[in-house]
Design a protein around this ligand. Structure first.
Ligand SMILES: [Cu+2]
Length: 227
């Protein structure tokens, strides 16, 4: 989860999120270089009276300042497209979990099991135990095996919601009448928090998502205990 007053992204828990963080740093570096150059030129223009006849009409410089931005845009677009296709790929998942958005809670269904489903409600502030996070804890967490490709099917029973877990690089809209699909692969065990990310009504802020990533053997024990 994010720490108080955090700037920037949460640490990556999936290979996709690592890619996204690298891409963010890459793009920010380009922005930084362009801004430095522009600031430098502005400061030159403000502090000197130097003009050069060749800047008044020059085919060469115009060619350069047209082609150079185009190359920079390609350097941003190509890695972006690469990640887009990686995120779109469904890598033969071993487990499928269906989640439905409701006003205002999430419900989960492990469709590989006969009868494994539950609702996941936020724990109200007055019922929190010491150390628990306000507006983020739920009564039933989504337990998932780590280092296993999981397919999430996301839809909604009533209005638009959005199922989002920042440290996994996930944000998928839950749309009534439509089944959205995404894959996740957690690389570290732990608790991962997310929130509904589509304004869905008065309790939009109170339907968090908690993933509990555990080793496969723990997941098997958990799934048996839930049946
Ligand atoms: Cu919402």
């Amino acid at each position: 989860m994010a720490y108080p007053f955090q700037l920037g992204f949460q640490d990556a828990t999936s290979p996709i999120m690592e890619e996204l963080l690298h891409f963010h740093d890459h793009t920010l570096m380009i922005v930084f270089l362009i801004s430095s150059l522009v600031l430098y030129i502005i400061s030159l223009m403000l502090t000197t009276k130097l003009t050069h006849t060749s800047t008044m009409d020059a085919q060469e410089v115009e060619t350069i300042w047209t082609i150079l931005p185009a190359i920079i845009l390609i350097l941003i677009a190509l890695p972006s497209l690469r990640i887009l296709y990686m995120m779109d790929e469904i890598n033969s998942p071993s487990l499928t979990v269906k989640t439905m958005g409701h006003q205002w809670y999430w419900s989960y269904e492990y469709t590989d099991y006969e009868d494994l489903s539950f609702d996941s409600y936020m724990i109200p502030t007055q019922e929190l135990k010491p150390g628990e996070l306000r507006l983020l804890e739920v009564d039933n967490r989504v337990v998932l095996p780590m280092e296993v490709t999981v397919r999430m099917l996301i839809s909604s029973e009533d209005v638009l919601h959005s199922w989002a877990v920042p440290s996994l690089g996930l944000k998928t809209d839950a749309i009534p009448g439509r089944l959205n699909q995404t894959t996740l692969m957690g690389t570290r065990p732990g608790l991962y928090y997310g929130q509904c990310s589509e304004i869905c009504g008065s309790n939009h802020s109170f339907m968090p998502i908690v993933l509990e990533l555990v080793p496969l053997s723990y997941f098997e024990k958990w799934s048996v205990s839930m049946l």
